[in-house]
Structures are given as C-alpha cells and as structure tokens.
Design a protein around this ligand. Sequence first.
Ligand code: HEM
Length: 165
Amino acid sequence: MLRTGFLGYPTTFMLDFVVCALVLVVPLLLYSLWLVKVRRQYRAHKRLQIILGVILLAAVTAFEVDVQYVHGGWEKIVARQGLDEAALAAKLAAVWPWLKIHLMFAITTPFLWVATIVLALRRFGTDPRPGRHSRLHSVLGWASTVDITLTSVTGLAFYYVAFVQ
Ligand code: HEM
C-alpha cells in the first residue's frame, strides 16, 4: 500500500503524505501567529510551534528515507509514468530546475526552525512572554515562517510539474 500515492497521481504514499503536511502547515502556522500576535497566548503558540516542528521533522525524515532508500530516488518515481526514454529524459530535465528552487528553501528551513525553537526554549524559559529575546525571536520567527511557506509553495509546484502535469 505504501508504494502508491492516494491523491490519484503516479506517486508514493509518503510523497502524497508530505504534500498534505506542507499544505496543512501554512494555515496552522497562521493560526499560531494569530494566537501570539492577537490573543497574546504565548504558551499556546509555544506548544503549537513545537508540535509543528516535531511533526515536520518526523515527516520529512521518513519521506527522505522512503524516496531515497525504498524507491531509489525521485527520478525512479517519475519513471513510473511509462514515458519512452526520450520523453522521460526531457521531463527530468524540465523538472530539475523546480526541484533545485524547492531544495534551496527545504534545506534551510529545518536549520532555521531548530535555531528558532532551541533559542526560544532557552531564553523565554518555562513561562514565555515578551522580553529580551523578543527582537531576535521576531527576526528568526519571521524568517522561519517565510522559509517554510516558500518550501510549501515550491514543493507543491515541483509535485505539480513532476507528477500531475
Ligand atoms: C519555529 C518556531 C517558531 C516560529 C516560526 C515563531 C514565530 C514567531 C513570530 C513570527 C512571532 C511574532 C514576532 C513579532 O512580530 O512580534 C513570535 C512571537 C513570539 N513567540 Fe514564537 N515562534 C516559534 C517558536 C516559539 C517558541 C518555541 C516559543 C516559546 C518558548 C515562542 C515564544 C514566542 C513569544 C513569547 C512571542 C512574543 C514575542 C513578543 O511579542 O515580543 N515562539 N513567534
């Protein structure tokens, strides 16, 4: 069952799972920002950000292991579309630039998230509220937010050109 996707395209279960996670993370992140900026519910923001971080890290690790070691790379998954050799080579060449753009954001995002969460946990303490760490947290927090959103948007674009189009 895990060898095929569930969104109706020739993909894998984990690929479709990560696409869904990337779509869901953006509204959940907006909700977390609303909690902190509008409702000033710092503990709820903290809890949600940690849960999102752990889920994303687990999903992306499982996804990478699945794509690289179980399926032998994304090219092998595209090859399931039954294209002839020339068409497959053309498709892989057309898709590669989209993947490169996606990887720029996807690789930097975990580092930013880990730095944001670890520093926030250390410096805001057990009862998080605005304080001396606010300025740096604001920079890291917005950078993490923009990075994960672009990871999501470019990931969906890659999925579309590689598996839907
Ligand atoms: C990757 C995870 C996180 C992201 C992306 C994030 C993002 C943000 C953003 C964008 C703001 C609004 C900054 C502003 O414009 O004023 C904010 C505020 C805040 N966050 Fe986070 N956050 C994360 C994790 C955490 C954690 C783990 C804690 C607590 C340990 C925390 C505590 C706070 C607090 C106390 C504020 C209010 C700061 C202030 O208003 O001065 N955040 N966060």
